[in-house]
Write a protein that binds this ligand. Sequence first.
Ligand code: B12
Ligand code: SF4
Length: 417
Amino acid sequence: MRIVLVHPNYHSGGAEIAGNWPPAWVAYLAGHLRGAGFDDIHFIDAMTNNIPDDELARRLAELRPDVVGTTAITPSIYKAETVLKIASEVVPDALRVLGGIHATFMYKQVLSEAPWVDVIVRGEGEEIFRDLVRAVAEGEWLDKRAAIKGLAYIADDGKIVATAAAATIKDLDAIDPDWSLLEWSKYIYVPLGVRVAIPNMARGCPFTCSFCSQWKFWRDYRVRDPKKVVDEIENLVNDLKVGFFILADEEPTINRKKFIRFCEELIARGLPDKVKWGINTRVTDIMRDKELLKFYRKAGLVHISLGTEAAAQLKLDRFNKETKVFENKEAIRLLREADIFVEAQFIVGLDNETAQTLEETYRMAWDWQPDLANWAMYTPWPFTPLFKELDDKVEIFDFEKYNFVTPIMKPEAISRG
Ligand code: B12
Ligand code: SF4
């Protein structure tokens, strides 16, 4: 039973300037499959290796898989569909599987425009994919598919079927990721010149910011046992020579007790001398943990990306972001004082954006003095309530451009250049 996972060759600029990043989805799915007895797993990172379609076709034909799986965020959906189109041409007997956030919510559209996709895994992938692969191995895929939760596919009568949603994974500690499939010399974090990994400690987010896709995707908030996460990091450092990691988590700090345990465990094992790390988090957690910032730094935390989201309070309210402008400035000051590099994220280009609000945001960013200001174009994911609310203000429907770099909607008072 041979499984080939492919990361599609999509590029957008932005975060990629900091280096080549390893795909966590591959490590987590492969680890779980191995635990279930499937160990003939291969990985092709078409993104990092910039693999053209003809070369991908050649590699797939050579590997002759039974299952081909690929992933998609919204902007990479067409490239992911192409991966499976190529598979349908060169290894037509392999089952073609698509997972990830975009297809989870947009399965009807995806199956309509790419009917060669055999099945979509909706939501958190480990358990659903394991059940699916088992059914394929037993030769009972077609008979069993209606009974496997969390799938979408085109049934024999041509109708699109979505099976019941699968429960979220209750015991995240049962997942033992396998990072060994990756070609480690390729994943370098440019600012430090070291190998980089993206382990995942917490899934989900207890907040419901209206522009965000993540809380909807993972549903309930869960945190792994910090000791097990540090075991994983120790292996990444000692066996695979990783020198920097970011937690893949939306919100790693909201469970303060577990985050502190995580830091204590890193310190107890002497890891901060060998590996530095970064997280995304919220301003409110930084304010709550004022007294702990130096301790976090001692544990190796050197980079925090803050979802300040928008500098004007008006925008914050619109986003349901429970935070206040003055807190943003103070959080940045506290982090810099603790010697932690602060990246502040700003979203620009909302419908009420004007030349004046842009200027104000820029001045405020300058006043706050983060180490790095990250300017993202406001991007309404097509499956969020805000997308529907914006209605005809959304001008671009080519999802490949939904990458925070291209303006998707036109603010009323600004014209397209
Ligand atoms: C790490 C990361 C990156 C890394 C990517 C590393 C890599 N090679 O994968 C870097 C820094 C390069 C990056 C870049 C970008 N990113 Co990014 N990134 C993230 C981040 C922080 C974590 C993703 C992650 O690893 N999660 C952990 C894994 C385990 O979860 P997962 O990928 O969802 O996989 C699970 C399921 O989805 C499912 N699954 C996924 N794939 C498959 C496939 C199969 C076959 C199956 C069965 C199941 C399955 O099972 C997995 C296990 O449960 C998320 C935010 C977040 N906290 O999630 C944003 C996020 C994914 N990024 C996003 C975006 C928009 C981008 C950029 C376009 C931004 C930019 N311009 O820089 C680029 C695009 C780069 C590219 N070429 O694809 C958005 C996507 C939103 C959306 N609705 O599509 C997110 C959600 C951030 C956000 N604020 O909204 N990103
Ligand atoms: S806090 Fe962050 S991850 Fe959570 S819903 Fe808001 S933007 Fe999304």
